[in-house]
Design a protein. Sequence first.
Length: 470
Amino acid sequence: MFIAHHIQEVHIWRMNMYDVVVIGAGVAGCDVANLLAKGGKSVCLIDKSEQNVGGTCLNEGCIPAKNFLETANWIKKSDYFKSCGANIVVDNFDIDALKSNTQNLITLQKNGIFATLKKNKVDIKYGVASFIDKNSIQIVSQENSEILKAKDIVISTGSTHRDHPTISLYGDKIISSKEVFELKQIPKSILIIGGGAIGCEFATFFNALGVDVDISEFTPNLIPTEDIDISKALKRELEKKSINVYLNSNITQCDIKNNGIDVTIDMGKKTEQKIYDKVLISIGRVPNIKDLNLEKLNIKTKNDFILVDDNLRVEKYENIYAIGDTIPTAALAHMASYEAKRVASVILQKDTFVKDTIFPSVIFSTPQVASVGKSEKELKQNDIKYKVKKHFFKSSSKAKIKGDDSGYIKIVYDEVSEQILGASIIGNDSTELIHQFLIIINTQLTLSDISKMIFAHPTLSESIMELTSS
């Protein structure tokens, strides 16, 4: 209501014309704006505020989360360091110092974003953007309102926390992943609702700090989009760390009490009632499109996602594009960046990037999880004959040197040609190792091709060679 009233009262004081207007200054928006500006287009990038630039990834997602996780990982390894002669004692944890360090990192990265946009002569405007027609965008801010005209418009407004259907966020008690970075102290216990990538990452973060952690996941498996063997292996590793995992479970009660949050976990055949200091809701994200006035242009959506064609154009409009978390593709920063390249190549009329390409999925839990290419499930569904190979890090000297030899590499390959079709990894540095398989699969290498290569020793990477040679 405030926005609507504000639009009526404010004076529209100017109109600007650009080749391209980009709505949303997250990873996808900044990337496409820079690419188009380098290609000679006049570009205006819009976001609600200067603080939003960098998007969820930089401000409350990928970057701060991984900084928190890296710190927790070092703490978790302190006992191993002690066995190696480094008598490191962690007797307390300064959450304020970690938050300050994280904010400094965000500021440093954001300064780099602004410098690149300035170098490429991208205009930046702040306010709530909405469509007037297919070539016109209105921006409303506290100070003024203006209309921008553009030949092409790119929607890259990202996503926001998905609300739980029956449990609402409540102060610093029932929180989303965003509020984790605002905690004033570490809780003694926490229930994480949602066993996907974000939920499992924060489970290992809190566990490393000595917090009692439980995970409640509605589906039969943790990280349900990953390989089933990897999912089961992650569950085992989390349980070894004393993290309780409730699968096929539903939260039927979540009440704030004086002594904490009273939660009932329904597992079908039995229920469990527990008290927690905090509850973290992590059940996914939804596109952030409600302010865009898409109804004005009858832009089609499905489950809140904008529908696009093979060139990422919205239906019925040749000049409006949507990328990143606003469309029904993998909600990953690196996928959003790739889609930015695709749209830029179309608008600049250059060689287009292919639509169907493989991409790595990475989870920074402890142990880490990563995958790329085809899964067993996909191969079965498409009736492709395949075989499976696994190699465990227990035999890796480098894994033992790094203090963690849990996990393994799993590949699926064509039964006849032995071409590697997909890979999944759980364990040490899997989020880095997976990119070797990204190259292997894209270049259509076989087991024989890899087995004839020389890998350095001792490295984690030589496990790939040993896997293909065995």
